[in-house]
Each structure stands twice: as structure tokens, then as C-alpha cells.
Design a protein around this ligand. Sequence first.
Ligand code: ZN
Ligand code: ZN
Length: 235
Amino acid sequence: MIGMVVFLSKLFVFQSLRYFLIGGGAFAVLNIWAREYFKKYKIQDRYQASSRKQIISEIKNSLVTLFIFSAFFSIVLTTPIGSWVKLYSDFKLYPLWWNLLSLPLLVVVHDTYFYWMHRTLHHKFFYGRFHSTHHHSMNPTPFASFSFHPVEAFFEVVWIFPVLVFVPLHKYILISFAFVSFLNNVKGHLGFEFSKTENVLFNSSTHHSHHHRYFNCNYGLYFLFWDRIFRTEKL
Ligand SMILES: [Zn+2]
Ligand SMILES: [Zn+2]
């Protein structure tokens, strides 16, 4: 029990620091410190999160989400449930091709899960109950990256459990995936576009900014596959 609490506390502090340093840092540079320089990269005309109240509420929601994520991983990794998990520490246990391929595969699986979970959350039965929290800002900032209702936060993380139980993953692959996922999330909520948005494979900051602005488009997370197949892409 003590081990679980220590793990949870460390993970929560680490995730919160990462959120404030990288997410908060990006917000400060783009919107405050170098505002004039980055003006030409802005996606929406209005300035992001003009209200301080909005940002405070996004930070509160994000900290609750990060606590839920930390609690989830503490339970899965430090209790007897941990014996079900196929995480490994020695790269030699599996072939090189698996060690190389498991990270991109994880991203593709996450993208697919997210697209369908996200579309479900936009159904009128779920939207007001669990997903409108994330949509409070029509022009999101990186502070909104984890601003979810607690029920949505749970569904944002729980998909990894069957993966951990059934798929062998090196622990560094899991950690790398967590970083990729975090950075992609901050990119989606940046409010500024630094890449090409058309004819690309990847979901751009513009795509997710439009999702917050128009609600009924661009449900994807990393890629555009599902949005293109089901004609939900909008630029
Ligand atoms: Zn949404
Ligand atoms: Zn969003």
C-alpha cells in the first residue's frame, strides 16, 4: 500500500511538472513573451483563453485527470494486478523488429481507440454529461490538453490495460509512448500552426483547433485516417 502511494505521488508530481513546464511554457512563449513574433502562426483570430477563469478551470480539470492517470498506473503496476502485465525490462527478450515496431503500433492502436471513443462522446447522450468539459474553450490552449471530466479521463487511459495484459512491451517503449502522446496532445491544443495542414498524414494543430471551434469534425488524435475514411475531416 505504501509503495502504491509513493509511486502515485511521484508519478503525479512528474506529470504535473511536465504539464506546467512544457504545456505552460509553450503557452507563455506563444501568447505572452514572443506574442508579436508568433502572431502570424495563429490559427484562430481571437486570442486564446482571454479569460483567466477559463485557464484556472482548465488547470484544475487537468490536475484531476493527471491524478486519475497516476492512480490508474499505480494500481496496475504496484499491486498484485502487476503480475498480469507483460511489461519487460530486457530488450533481448524479444526480436529487434518487435522492439522497433511496438511504439508505432501503440500509437496506431491509441489513435483508433481515441477516434471511436471521441465520436461516441460527441453523441448527444454523452456530450453534455462527460465531454463538454473539454470543449469549454473554443480556441484551446495547452492548458486544455488534459481538461476532461473525470469519467472521460478514465476512458482516456483505461484502453491501455488490455494492451499491457496481452501485448509484451518494453518499459522504455511505454515511457516513450507516454511522451509521444503528451507532446501530441500539447501540439493539438497549441492554437498555433507550424506545419502543413493539407495532404498530410498527421492530425495538425489546425485540425484540433477546428474541432474545438466547430465540434462536429476532426475527431482523430495523431492521424487523419479515420477522419478521411468517415469524411469527418474539416480544414
Ligand atoms: Zn470533442
Ligand atoms: Zn481538445
